[in-house]
Write a protein that binds this ligand. Sequence first.
Ligand SMILES: [Zn+2]
Length: 255
Amino acid sequence: MSRVLLYDIEASNLSGSMGYVFSIAYAIIDTDKLHKNWKKMKRGKGLPKIHLISVLNTKGGYDLKKINGRGLISDKEVIKKFAEVVTNEADLICGHYAICFDHKMINARAMRYGVKPMPNVKQYDTWLSARKNHKLHSNRADAITEFLGGTEKTRLKPERWVKASMGHIPSIKYIEHHNIKDIVDLVKMFVNLAPYDPKFPATQVFRGKCPVCGCDKFKKMRFLSSSRETYKSHQCSNCGKWVKGNRVESFVHKM
Ligand SMILES: [Zn+2]
């Protein structure tokens, strides 16, 4: 089983030393079973269950007495819970611009609280994947999903951020709602972008199953060569991903 954890954070600031994390939304996909729901998911349907960890639903995250007295909102439990989920339930984590922002933001907040580091699971970033492998007018999540047939994302009102930063509950809930909708777009980006990415971090070596969608039917095979070897390459009949197979020949470099 290969579990891909798709996640997105909402934070009060672009820096972990100046702000905190309101919430982290995530969904877990088992790539072994993904081909069964593939066509639906490409259109943003048949989604996995979306979870939300927020300052409003974690212990000590939002304490009215403390807020009134000392102005405290704590994201410690949010960070701790998410680190536990990554530790126990993920073989690969995926986000949009997450290698550059979300992951670092979580690390900064974890270090601040002394929360233990997350394990070094492989990462796949849909922003990097879109930028490297496609020529789109913009690599923003809403632009990509719009291009793929419609986005869930709506523009967040800046005033809501200001109010949420001050502990205004309806504004934090409004941000949570956006956080969940971002996962809908993220799932759509994942299933559309991953088959085109030759650097997609396979969570398993080729054992007759596609690492992106889990399909065990391959419609094409051809030989490919690098400077060191010749190997078989198989194309998944469901998502079209080319998967590296067995080596068939080694080249010996002559001096
Ligand atoms: Zn596939």
